[in-house]
Design a protein. Structure first.
Length: 141
């Protein structure tokens, strides 16, 4: 377990993440709910460690990164990197029906962003922290 894994494992109930199978069985909206927070936290962490500017600069980076259009566009950078299991989580979430109708973006971008959030929720809850960071860094580079 690398140091990032140890830090995140402490956040899990009892320090034990779900198995990949258990995580994949969670509802995609549940995974996206968690993944929204995970992606936002990763973005804020990245801003603090890599931008090192004023809070306003970090906020602008965060707002520009944590939104459906940006997430959908950045997904194209990692699409070819996904394992079959990761792609399955993304695709299930992207294709899931939603009662929410996006106002300022295309429905396609909204659904793709939901897939990205579910993917990050899946990686987090299954304890795949090194992989989570690898995909996140690929998206923001």
């Amino acid at each position: 377990m690398c140091h990032e894994d140890a830090a995140f494992a402490g956040l899990m109930a009892g320090g034990v993440p779900l198995s990949e199978k258990e995580a994949a069985q969670l509802g995609v909206h549940v995974l996206a709910f968690l993944g929204d927070s995970v992606f936002s936290t990763l973005t804020r962490e990245y801003a603090v460690l890599h931008i090192r500017g004023k809070a306003d600069d970090m906020h602008r980076f965060s707002v520009g990164t944590v939104n459906a259009s940006a997430q959908a566009g950045s997904f194209l950078k990692i699409r070819e990197m996904l394992t079959d299991a990761e792609e399955s989580v993304y695709r299930r979430a992207r294709n899931a029906r939603s009662t929410h109708t996006p106002k300022n973006m295309s429905e396609g971008a909204y659904h793709s962003a939901t897939g990205v959030e579910a993917l990050f929720g899946y990686l987090y809850i299954s304890g795949q922290f090194a992989r989570m960071y690898e995909l996140y860094f690929a998206m923001v580079q």
